[in-house]
Design a protein around this ligand. Structure first.
Ligand code: ATP
Ligand code: MG
Length: 243
């Protein structure tokens, strides 16, 4: 097995003929959170959508466990162990929490395995068990984010892509969700975490990449990035010598 679970190599992607992301590369190993930080419009979501198969790259490769999966449809990538939680969560609002979770498992056949995974996501997010019969649209923002992550986990991914999981949520809920992400990472899941909140992201990630105008302009361990003067000034809001 290759060291890298996911390897994105020199990816160019845009919308129609409009290029947005250029020559983006990143690697994710098992049991690692890799974060992508950067200002609004820097191309983070575009890159993530291309890795998830929602946009077709015009150049470069996406390798999953050493297999070239560039341009495969999202559905096929899910079957290969890659799950995506988009910004805005994309839940089925009128459907219940249980029905949304069942949809997350639709690529799976063995009922016993699905039941095991349901018990597992209920253990990770107990509130989802309490709200099993409630329509997803009536959940709080934090509960909806938990449901979106839980639904992705129902496909038994090896790699999870998350776009802005903290957006609009209260600090307590963010702490709960990131605690679960840390636990999943410790069990061996690979996670790509796109975050506006660079402080939060760099506290939980092992490696990080900074995007600016569609390019990855800086890469390193989370500690290296958190200690870099430019990152501190621009993304962490810390002036020299200021803590
Ligand atoms: N559907 C689209 N069609 C055309 N251009 C788009 C589309 N979606 C995004 N873009 C453009 O691509 C660029 C990168 O957008 P993207 O959403 O990837 O940035 P981002 O880093 O995720 O920003 P944010 O932090 O605000 O979520 C922006 O200039 C944006 O206007
Ligand atoms: Mg975005």
């Amino acid at each position: 097995m290759p060291d890298q679970l996911l390897s994105v190599q020199g990816l160019d992607v845009g919308y129609g003929r409009v290029p947005v992301v250029r020559a983006a590369s990143l690697d994710v190993a098992c049991g690692e959170i890799v974060t992508i930080i950067g200002a609004n419009g820097s191309g983070k979501s575009t890159l993530l959508k291309a890795v998830a198969g929602l946009l077709r790259p015009s150049a470069g490769h996406v390798m999953l466990d050493g297999e070239d999966v560039t341009g495969l449809a999202p559905e096929r990538l899910v079957r290969k162990g890659l799950a995506f939680v988009p910004e805005g969560r994309m839940l089925f609002g009128p459907m219940s929490v249980s029905e949304n979770l069942a949809l997350g498992a639709h690529t799976r056949r063995a009922a016993a395995e699905v039941a095991t995974d349901l018990a597992r996501v209920h253990a990770l997010f107990p509130v989802l068990a309490d709200r099993a019969g409630q329509p997803a649209a009536t959940l709080s923002g934090g509960e909806q984010q938990m449901l979106a992550i839980a639904r992705a986990l129902m496909s038994r991914p090896r790699i999870l892509l998350l776009d802005e999981p903290s957006l609009g949520l209260a600090p307590k809920v963010i702490a709960d969700i990131f605690g679960v992400l840390d636990a999943l990472r410790a069990e061996g899941l690979g996670i790509v975490l796109v975050e506006q909140d660079a402080n939060l992201a760099l506290r939980h990630a092992q490696h990080g990449h900074v995007m600016r105008s569609g390019r990855v302009v800086m890469s390193g361990t989370a500690a290296e990035l958190a200690g870099n003067d430019d990152v501190r000034l621009i993304y962490l809001g810390v002036w020299h010598g200021d803590e």
